[in-house]
Design a protein around this ligand. Structure first.
Ligand code: NDP
Ligand code: GDR
Length: 329
């Protein structure tokens, strides 16, 4: 039986990846940091199948112990301060959790189990300002937030450990991916949650920032398969994972509202509070390399993703509306 250690297992991607690896027969170890309130929402259904290890990415001793205890064949480093907007008010913490912590994790693996295969969760935010469209593995980075800068460090230190210590270390440059398990502060989930509340009469408005930003949005359940595929290859490498389509925030809003028969213009309010100090205007990824080398493919389209998220949020609020039958088209 293969074993895998996942950091960030309580997050969106970690929960889908844990499910996927359990189905494949892996023994799954999940690193969990101490929180004042338990945060198992995404993994409640598989909580008992995961071997939990207490640790924090910023505490190197706990990571060494996590690798010792799990003795993993594969390590998926998904934990990070992952919300771009929070990286301006918390730039140092973001640097510690999203940048330096990658070195902590790589060192723990190098010291305890150097032959383990390592996946680093890199991001399209590293591309930042548009230098080239679509963005490829060879496109230069120009990050636009403390988060993006931190991810560039995480990416290069992963490449460096591969080249310095001959470790099987891969960096997946993933473009935005969403799901019903997406955190509520990210724009897609913020929109679908609001659409559900407004449709059910629990709210009237949705306050948003820049509606013109363009993102290459895919489904998280498809993207975690690419992480696993990267670690099954003969040699480690870096890959872009994306849909190859880009849509504005406004398009996402329009589709989500129209799915429940509402006109978004009657509900969306522009609020400067949600406009970022520096924006990433356009993300569009070219994932040809992943398709050709990994045989990776998408199953869920953009429209299907929006609908999946709206339906899930409508169902979530159904109990609040006392089980009233939900009518949407
Ligand atoms: P989430 O925000 O949903 O999950 C982040 C996870 O990291 C949570 O489990 C969180 O734990 C954990 N975590 C944060 N800080 C620490 C810490 N100090 N020690 C231990 N664990 C910690 O992120 P996603 O699942 O969306 O993303 C996974 C990774 O992929 C992240 O690194 C993100 O930056 C990156 N990424 C995401 C993309 C996306 O579109 N989703 C695209 C490209 C990259 P807790 O539950 O306790 O908060
Ligand atoms: P992003 O995702 O920054 O791309 O990072 P987010 O959903 O937060 O923002 C996407 C775009 O929407 C615009 N926007 C708003 N965003 C939020 N959160 N709230 C709003 O009210 C709002 N209004 C407009 C933003 O300005 C932005 O242009 C995500 C994270 O998962 C990262 O961890 C990951 O690395 C990248 O995707 C790829």
């Amino acid at each position: 039986m293969k074993s895998a250690l996942i950091t960030g297992v309580t997050g969106q991607d970690g929960s889908y990846l844990a499910e996927f690896l359990l189905e494949k027969g892996y023994k799954v170890y999940g690193l969990r940091r101490r929180t004042s309130t338990p945060n198992y929402e995404n993994v409640e259904h598989i909580k008992d199948q995961i071997e939990w290890i207490s640790g924090d990415l910023t505490d190197m001793a706990s990571l060494i112990e996590a690798v010792r205890v799990s003795n993993p064949d594969e390590v998926y480093n998904l934990a990070a301060q992952s919300f771009v907007a929070a990286s301006w008010p918390q730039p140092v913490a973001t640097g510690q959790m999203t940048a330096l912590a990658v070195t902590n994790m790589l060192e723990a693996v190098r010291i305890m189990k150097p032959e383990a295969r390592f996946y680093q969760a890199s991001s399209s935010e590293m591309f930042g300002k548009v230098v080239e469209t679509p963005q490829k593995e060879s496109t230069p980075f120009y990050p636009r937030s403390p988060y993006g800068v931190a991810k560039v460090y995480g990416h290069w230190i992963t490449v460096n450990y591969r080249e310095s210590f001959n470790m099987f270390a891969c960096s997946g440059i993933l473009f935005n991916h969403e799901s019903p398990r997406r955190g509520l502060e990210f724009v897609t989930r913020k929109i679908t949650d609001a659409v559900a509340r407004i449709k059910l009469g629990l709210d009237t408005e949705l306050r948003l920032g820049n509606l013109d930003a363009k993102r290459d949005w895919g489904f998280a359940g498809d993207y975690i398969k690419a992480m696993w595929l990267m670690l099954q290859q003969d040699a480690p490498d870096d890959y872009i994972i994306s849909t190859g389509e880009t849509h504005t925030v406004e398009e996402f809003v329009e589709i989500a509202f129209s799915y429940v028969g509402l006109n978004w213009k009657n509900h969306v309010v522009l609020d400067e509070k949600f406009v970022r100090p520096a924006e990433v205007d356009l993300l569009l990824g070219d994932c040809t390399k992943a398709k050709e080398n990994l045989g990776w493919q998408l199953d869920v389209s953009f429209d299907e993703l929006v609908k999946m998220m709206v339906i899930s949020d409508l169902q979530k609020y159904e109990s609040v509306t006392h089980g009233k039958s939900l009518q949407w088209t």
